[in-house]
Design a protein around this ligand. Structure first.
Ligand code: SF4
Ligand code: SF4
Ligand code: FES
Length: 323
């Protein structure tokens, strides 16, 4: 089978913008994208540069964007990505490109270091032997442990595209692995850090990371678990946690003027920013004014929906369940 490859070419030393170069390859049946890239490199153009090592979806080094989405080239059958006989091959997104398909991974490693990805034992205890993890305990950290650090999630994360300070999906998945490890004694401190600026609450739940992840690490699921742990540890001193509380209080109606079975859109932003956070509240004024000018302001009092008593019951049952 003949296939066309449109491959991004760029040399940081020589070029200002990347260009797509076309190669035509006679592809043996059942080839992966990586095997095709090797055919091009070994038979047509030795200057084509990309990373690879294991060729078995273990080392994570061959991640690149195929038709705009990050994938492992060694795990992807060419036939699965061909569109009208062609595939576009580009380097991972959200990274600086060094040459062709090779990116500078330094920001990715730097982000990982920020969450101290190692076990912190209880220093006051003298351990006589290694501490084993129970099967039940391992199940809580098993998925995150399958991460191969390929950075596919980092490449396609929408938040990282606009804010490089965000910890990013792989780092947060790694953090979940330590927060949920029963042998680590620093969960509280870790969660405080993760709940701060550029942490778990900055994720917009777009799910790109979990869709692109080639393993069971599935970062969005791990981020959700971190948020749950954060709330369980009552780490509420940040906008994200306050936003969750605002929903929980607003729907069943914790204070007069809230409740009714639907969210109270006047209460949510005030509670999320913090009732005593004067500068945060002042920042809301321009948005409020713009909404008012365009007739978009929410009603002052909450709407009461017909099944409100049932919703209240659901909330109290949930409260009982959490005890
Ligand atoms: S779900 Fe969150 S972490 Fe994952 S890609 Fe989207 S914004 Fe990034
Ligand atoms: S979480 Fe998944 S996509 Fe992200 S680096 Fe790990 S294995 Fe790759
Ligand atoms: S070469 Fe190792 S994951 Fe593809």
């Amino acid at each position: 089978m003949k296939a066309r490859f449109l491959i991004s070419r760029f040399d940081l030393q020589l070029d200002t913008t990347p260009r797509l170069q076309e190669y035509s390859v006679d592809v043996p049946k059942g080839s992966t994208v990586l095997e095709c890239l090797n055919i091009i490199k070994w038979t047509q153009d030795g200057t084509l540069t990309f990373r690879m090592s294991c060729r078995s979806a273990i080392c994570g080094s061959c991640a690149m964007r195929l038709n705009g989405h990050a994938k492992l080239a060694c795990k992807t059958q060419l036939s699965d990505v061909l569109i009208d006989g062609a595939v576009t091959v580009e380097p991972l997104g959200n990274f600086k490109v060094i040459k062709d398909l090779v990116v500078d991974m330094e920001p990715f490693w730097a982000s990982l270091k920020r969450v101290k990805p190692w076990l912190k034992p209880d220093e006051s205890v003298e351990y006589e032997r290694e501490r084993l993890q129970s099967i039940e305990g391992y199940k809580k950290i098993e998925d995150a442990s399958t991460c191969i650090l390929c950075a596919s999630c980092y490449s396609d994360c929408n938040v990282l595209s606009v804010d490089e300070r965000f910890l990013g999906p792989a780092t947060l998945a790694k953090a979940q692995r330590f927060v949920y490890d029963s042998r680590d004694c620093d969960a509280e401190e870790r969660l405080e850090y993760l709940g701060g600026a550029n942490g778990v609450w900055d994720c917009t739940h777009c799910a790109e990371c979990s869709t692109r992840c080639p393993t069971d690490a599935k970062p969005l699921e791990r981020i959700t678990e971190l948020k749950a742990a954060s709330m369980a540890h009552r780490i509420h001193g940040n906008n994200g946690a306050r936003h969750v509380l605002a929903f929980r209080e607003s729907i069943p109606g914790k204070y007069p003027g809230t409740g009714g079975g639907m969210i109270n859109e006047n209460y949510i932003p005030l509670r999320s920013v913090g009732i005593f956070n004067i500068s945060g509240l002042l920042d809301l004024i321009p948005v409020g004014l713009r909404m008012f000018m365009r007739g978009k302001q929410p009603p002052m009092m909450p709407h009461y929906i017909k099944k409100f008593p049932e919703i209240r019951k659901m909330f109290s049952r949930f409260k009982e369940y959490l005890k």
